[in-house]
Design a protein around this ligand. Structure first.
Ligand code: FES
Ligand code: FES
Length: 159
């Protein structure tokens, strides 16, 4: 079946099997490999993308279900060579080590700051509670999101 959606502001299409998950559609058919696939159990959160501005685990959604919707991925965060504050925050505050969880963390944090530009640390921890990081212990991730909140906001990818 033909699936057409908008991703990071660009309309894209591909011919896929109806059972294709959104995460595989994004990575394998659209060649946007910034979105990671970390489990088969909907637990890790590495695959989180924005669907109409809402963070969604893209391994839990069929590509066909996403047809016609606006998808935002980590590739859409940087604009014209300028990093999104959330990306800069992860750099400045050492919010990553191996980086595997980072795309999902960045997208979830971006959605949080779009909805709540000045979250408490507890609200940050609640927002990322669906994501697993095996490296950082989360402390520097929370600091990174705090840094981004303190250094302005940027447009949601795909908007
Ligand atoms: Fe782990 Fe989607 S790949 S939650
Ligand atoms: Fe390695 Fe999070 S930085 S899993």
């Amino acid at each position: 079946m033909q699936v057409t959606l908008t991703i990071n502001g660009e309309e894209r299409s591909a011919d896929v099997e109806p059972r294709t998950l959104l995460v595989h559609f994004i990575r394998d058919d659209l060649d946007l490999t910034g979105t990671h696939w970390g489990c088969d159990t909907s637990n890790c959160g590495a695959c989180v993308v924005l669907v109409d501005g809402v963070p969604v685990k893209s391994c839990t959604m069929l590509a066909a279900t996403a047809a016609g919707h606006e998808i935002g991925t980590v590739e859409g965060l940087e604009q014209d060579g300028v990093l999104d504050p959330i990306q800069q925050g992860f750099i400045d505050q050492h919010g990553l080590q191996c980086g595997f969880c980072t795309p999902g963390m960045l997208i979830t944090a971006r959605a949080l700051l779009d909805a709540n530009p000045n979250p408490t640390d507890a609200e940050i921890r609640e927002a990322i509670s669906g994501q697993i990081c095996r490296c950082t212990g989360y402390t520097n991730i929370v600091k990174a999101v705090r840094w981004a909140a303190d250094h302005a906001t940027a447009a949601t990818p795909g908007s």
